[in-house]
Ligand binder design. Sequence first.
Ligand SMILES: *Cc1c(COP(=O)(O)O)cnc(C)c1O
Length: 389
Amino acid sequence: MQNYGNRTLTLVRGEGNYLWDDSDRRYLDALSGIAVCGLGHCHPAVTQAIQEQANTLLHVSNLYNIPPQEQLAEKLVTLSGMDNVFFSNSGAEANEAAIKLARKLGNERGLACPKIIVTEGAFHGRTLATLTATGNPKVQQGFAPLPEGFLRVPYNDVAAIEKLVGKHDDIVAILVEPVQGEGGIRIPDADYLPRLRSLCDQQDWMLMLDEIQTANGRSGKLFAYQHHDGLLPDVVTTAKGLGNGVPIGACLARGKAAELFTAGAHGSTFGGNPLACRAALAVLETLENEWLIERAERLGTQLLDQLNSELAGCAHVKEIRGLGLLIGIELDRPCGELVELARNQGLLINVTAGNVVRLLPPLTLTDAESTLIATTVATLVRDFAQQAA
Ligand SMILES: *Cc1c(COP(=O)(O)O)cnc(C)c1O
């Protein structure tokens, strides 16, 4: 189908922070398959885990106990402070599980149409429910009728949510990204999540965080909410970086939220299969063994500082933002052509929300590669700004 448009690059091989195309040209990867390959490409620990598991058992279905699934669940709840996990195959499906938890809670409360508060600029996936939760009209265009049950407010605006309190008595949850990824690396005020947490406590709503892009160490913590001491969501979803390229998603829940799915309430044929869980276990172990989360924090600051000094005073640059290795350079005009210009220099980057250069390099990035990314991107942005002038 034509949904991915015209693709002009064919990548055939990867190793560490580099990819090679079908003419054996090498590229430094500053995108990681959109925040997926956080350990770089073909990390030996993940490759070995996949090989061993492929020689042991690939699939049995969730009719049976699956030891790697139990081990992964144990590790995830320990590291996150949550209680229970549901495993899916993708981010959208992890969010579907979260949305179903909120619906289940609403139904238990006797609400005819329970509401979930979502934000402008959000991205939650492409299934019908998650594209409805998504705050980008282009993603929804042409897919009516959309499911009901979502209320939209501006991002980073607690007052807008407080205004809904008196108007609706059927709200059950807030679903929000700690940093908006597809929306342009939008970082909310430091007190945004804590204030949402207290509002949810006051109103008896669930705080549901979409950490599909931000988790797995990328923000400089395993989960971005861990930047706030003592703050825990009721539900958190992750996917992308969890399997380093093997498809897996997870919806974690705590307290009452963790008990909402009773036997038969939800399921997936492939979700939590032995192969994906072994890969994810290897990812979490490697993040720890190689101190990659600390590395993401340090290199993220370094890369942000380098970009800031290279681009200081550059016309058409509106803002440079980052949290760990989630970095965005917002320009005052559409800049999609920078993707190809960077590629011609042997660097893979992305432009999101039309005018934000997005950098999501592997957490295994070296200091020298960080400098190379900063100088290459800054030169491209400066040239682009000059031409636009
Ligand atoms: C990528 C992403 C999703 C969707 O994940 P898929 O695996 O593509 O379904 C949902 N939420 C956020 C924040 C994402 O970045």
